[in-house]
Design a protein around this ligand. Structure first.
Ligand code: DGY
Length: 317
């Protein structure tokens, strides 16, 4: 019998606990499926539990006529053609809220790690280079009194701001949405860039934000500024970032996401002033469990004729 649901990667929980009686199949390979493989797996399925690495586009949808719901195991949905789903009345759900703290924690880890040169220190000790305490060894930068500029002041941006204030950072933010009584200072994009010692991105990837942090934007940052990206890789022009680091204009970069994931720009990979993570923003145990539960819960609701709870778009009748 054809499974009703296809789950595109192994999850951190057993699906049947939430899916109940509904049949499912899982991609048992330890890699994302190629588009053709995913289409083959989806034949006859009414639901897909997708990852941000699965392009859900016109091509796929046109070959999967039974699909009623795409439940995305992420808050970002830039891999999904939402208009094409809407046209076919396919529900699209995601996992808002549950990964806010995990992503904000990781952002602070990158800010602290870069400022205090944690990764450089770790490498030095492991290669036997630690000769004992020295007043000039790997001296980093203090956070107290510095300015953090946040682009995107949604759940994650605000959670980062809250943590940053506790470290004595002054927080500026730029967003296109209205914010009532924010505890931080709202500024225009140019002003944010010009005043920031640390720039951190927390906006979604859209046609407006793609390439937003280009060579001009980076040149506006204060000399020695740090650039942190835990949002989506294509928001930054990576070649321009590498050039700004090479010129010595920036002090470093902390990246969890990449323009052509999982590839890392070759000019970034060997730099000591760059900390590179493998897209770990939501990777803590409780968060990953909740993400899986939300997706599976919505799949089950739709299979049982109910509306999903974490819908991005109400399908057209
Ligand atoms: C998201 O949810 O968009 C994250 O990038 C996945 O960890």
């Amino acid at each position: 019998m054809t499974a009703k649901v296809f789950i595109s990667r192994r999850l951190s929980i057993e699906p049947e606990g939430v899916l109940g009686p509904h049949s499912y199949r899982i991609n048992s390979l330890d890699r994302p499926l190629r588009p053709r493989e995913l289409i083959d797996e989806l034949q006859g399925c009414r639901g897909l539990l997708s990852m941000l690495t699965d392009p859900i586009d016109e091509e796929l949808l046109s070959h999967c006529p039974d699909l009623e719901i795409v439940a995305q195991h992420a808050v970002g949905t830039d891999n999904i053609d939402l208009a094409a789903c809407r046209e076919r009345s396919i529900h699209v759900t995601h996992t808002p809220g549950v990964l806010t703290d995990a992503t904000a924690d990781l952002t602070l880890a990158l800010i602290l790690g870069l400022s205090r040169r944690l990764v450089e220190g770790d490498r030095l000790v492991r290669r036997g280079g630690f000769q004992g305490w020295s007043p000039t060894l790997l001296v980093g930068r203090e956070l107290q009194g510095r300015v953090l500029g946040i682009i995107g002041y949604g759940r994650i941006g605000r959670a980062v701001a809250q943590r940053a204030r506790a470290f004595g950072l002054k927080v500026l933010f730029h967003t296109r949405s209205p914010v009532l009584d924010p505890p931080d200072e709202a500024v225009g994009l140019d002003e944010l860039l010009e005043r920031s010692d640390i720039l951190s991105l927390h906006c979604p990837l859209t046609e407006v934000t793609r390439g937003l942090i280009d060579g001009d934007a980076l040149a506006r940052l204060r000399p020695g500024a740090l650039v942190i990206n835990t949002a989506r890789g294509p928001i930054i022009d990576e070649a321009a970032l590498a050039q700004a680091l090479e010129r010595g204009h920036l002090g470093g970069a902390g990246l969890d996401v990449y323009a052509r994931e999982p590839e890392v720009h070759p000019a970034l990979i060997h730099r000591d002033d760059v900390v590179l993570l493998p897209h770990l923003g939501s990777a803590d145990q409780a968060t990953r469990r909740q993400m899986a539960e939300m997706c599976l819960g919505d799949l089950r609701r739709v299979l049982e004729g109910e509306l999903p709870r974490y819908s991005l778009r109400v399908p057209m009748p």
